[in-house]
Design a binder for this molecule. Structure first.
Ligand SMILES: [Mn+2]
Length: 192
């Protein structure tokens, strides 16, 4: 089974489309949060994810938008967008556990430890702690920096952002996890 992973789209549907067009054939699609931004909902982004059958979690931006911290903008969205479209992200969980081909995984936007908002960067000291988690794969987003890191038996994957790279490069990125091969590949795509 192959899982395509996108993250931190931040309401830029063109970049999402580019990632999905470029992506090799996959069996499942995951979105690791921040599909939209706290002050910018995007119907087209959500529709593309829905059509692709993506399993989405909330990032900090969805958490702010739908969690009540931003009531004026949420009211504006409720007036403008169809309820079922908002519900896709409003009802999304903040983490997903998955199990396939004998592998166990967790997807969570920023960090699996309270306060769930740390930025786990490629050389972060916290990476060593992932080895203690009861998973084979932990999928993160949030940093906009693509990463594949082996911590003991745990592979930590961040697909980066398909639209807003923050690694000093001018390319977006996404990831494909191949559970049969136990391999992960990061793919780079042009951005505008
Ligand atoms: Mn984020």
């Amino acid at each position: 089974m192959k899982i395509g992973i996108v993250s931190d789209i931040h309401a830029m549907p063109k970049a999402l489309r580019r990632a999905l067009d470029d992506m090799p054939s996959v069996d499942r699609l995951f979105c690791a949060g921040d599909a939209v931004s706290e002050y910018q909902f995007c119907a087209e982004t959500v529709e593309i994810l829905q059509q692709a059958g993506a399993q989405c979690i909330q990032g900090n931006h969805e958490w702010v938008l739908f969690g009540g911290s931003n009531p004026n903008y949420l009211r504006k969205c409720e007036a403008e967008f169809a309820p079922d479209l908002l519900e896709v992200l409003a009802a999304a969980p903040t983490s997903i556990e998955f199990e396939a081909e004998g592998a166990k995984g967790l997807m969570i936007h920023a960090s699996p430890w309270s306060p769930f908002s740390d930025y786990i960067m490629p050389r972060s000291p916290q990476l060593a702690q992932f080895a203690e988690l009861p998973y084979d794969y932990v999928i993160l987003g949030h940093t906009h920096v693509p990463m594949v890191h082996q911590a003991g038996n745990v592979t930590v994957i961040n697909p980066g952002s398909c639209s807003q790279p923050r690694n000093g490069e001018d390319q977006g990125s996404y990831a494909v996890l191949d559970l049969a091969q136990r391999s992960v590949e990061i793919f780079h795509i042009p951005i505008d």
